[in-house]
Design a protein around this ligand. Sequence first.
Ligand code: GLU
Length: 514
Amino acid sequence: MERKVRVRFAPSPTGPLHIGGARTALYNYLFARQHGGEMILRIEDTDSQRFVPGAEEYINESLAWLGIGIDEGVKEGGSYGPYRQSERRDIYRKHVQQLLDSGKAYIAFDTPEELDAARQSTPNFQYDASTRMNMRNSLSMDKEEVDKLIADGTKYVVRFKIEPGRAVVVDDMLRGEVTIKSDILDDKVLYKSADDLPTYHLANIVDDHLMEVSHVIRGEEWLPSAPLHVLLYEAFGWTDTMPRFVHLPLLLKPDGKGKLSKRDGDRLGFPVFPLEWHDPKSGEISSGYREKGYLPDAVVNFLALLGWNPGDDTEIMSMDELIKKFSFDHCSRAGAKFAFEKGKWFNHTYIQEKSDEELAQLFMPVLAQEGVDTTNFTPDYIAKATGMVKGRVNFIGELWDNAKFFFCAPDCYDAKSVKKRWTEGMGGIMKELTDVLDEFDDFTSDEIEPRVLGWIEEKGYHLGNVMNAFRLAVVGECKGPHMFNITALLGKEETLSRIHTAVSRLGYGPANAE
Ligand code: GLU
C-alpha cells in the first residue's frame, strides 16, 4: 500500500534561513501538496551552543512570506507534537535508554583531553570497533566502575555501536541506491549527559519515525548522515517505515565553482536570505529578497527552477502550476548555479503581471518612505502612475525613480538635456504652449496630442526640441512614459504650473541664460 506522504522541513535555529534552505522547504511543500500529503515544520534546537534568538521567528516569517504553507508545526500545532525538539527531552531519553538496554549503544566517559590524546597517538583515529576497547566506556570497563562514575555525576555521552563489515544501503530518489560500508562510520554520539540533550543524529531520526515521515527531502550536505538514519531505524526495529531519501544538489556560486555563500551575495550584489536579517550579536544587517523589492511568487518560481525543470522550457509558473508539475524525475543531481540575474528577470515579469492597483499597494510604503503624503492623491491616480512606469522596473523600489515626478514637481532640471533641448527662444515657445494647452478643459491625450503636434507643425518648430523641452519642464529630465499620458494624469493646472516654473527658472534660452 502507498504510504501517506508526510514530509518535514527541519531547520536548526542557528541563524537566518539561507536561500538554499528556502528551496529545500519549497520542494518539500510542492511534493507534499502534489500528493495530498502533509508538511511538517520541525525546529531542531538541540544544539544550545549554536542557538540564535530570533532565528525561529525568522524562519516562520520567511516561509509565510514565500507562501510555503505548513500543516503541522510549533505555530500550527498538530497531533505529533511538540514540534520543537528542546521540548521532547523525555522522548529522546526513553529512546536512548532503549538502545542502551538492547546493547545497541553504550556509555562513554572519555574527556575531550583523552579524545585529543587518542587522535594524537593513532593516525586517522576514529571512535569505532577498532578503537573502542581502548577507550573509557561501558564496553571496556567493569559495570561497577561505570555505575560508580554515573552515580558520582561524571559527565558521559551515549554512543551508537556501529557493527563493522556491513553494507548500508540508502535509497535515494535522485541518486538511486547508495551503498556505504559501515566500517567508515564512527560510533556517533547520540546523547550528552552534560546538557541532558540528544545530538542532532538521534533527535532527527527518532522524530522522523514518530512523526511518520515518509520522505526525507534535504540538502546534499546531509547525505553522510543517511547511513546512520538507516542503521538507527534498524536498531530500533523500524525498518518497515524507513523514509525514502532525496538529497538535493547544492546551490552553486553564480560565477565559478563552489557552494553559494553569503560573501557571493555581498560581492555580486544580491541577497542570500528571503528577508532582511538583523544579527542579534554583531548587529550586522544582511539584505533580504523581500526588502529588495522582490515579489514572493517571483522568488518561488525562480527557486523552483534551480535544480528542477518541468520537462519542457516553460519558465513562468504559479505555485499551483508548480504543485501540478513538480517531480523528482526532473530534478538534476548536479549543483545548480545561482543565476541571480535570471531572478531579476522573473521579478520583472511578475511585476508586469500584477494589476496596477496591486502594484500601487506595494508602492505605497516606498512613497511614504520618500516623504510623499499619499493622502494628497487618489488611489486611482497612484495606480495609473504606477501602471505607466511598471514596464521599466525590475523591483518595487525602482518605481520611485521612474514615477517620482507624478508626486513632486521637478526641483531641478537635467543639465545635459537643458543644454541640448532648451534652445534659443525655448522659453517663449513654452509660453505659447501654455496658451495652447489652456484651451482645453478635457486634458486626455486623445484631445491634446493632435492639437499640440499640429501647433508645432504649423509654426515650423523643431519637433524633437519642443517635445523634449516640454518633457524637461514637466518631468525634470528627458525620459519617462508617453508625454501626453503624463500630462493627462497630472491634469491641466499642474502641467501649466510646471511649465511656468521652468520658464521662470531656465529663462528664454541660452541667449538669456546667465
Ligand atoms: N536540522 C538539520 C538542518 O539544520 C536538518 C537536516 C535534515 O533535514 O535532516 O538542516
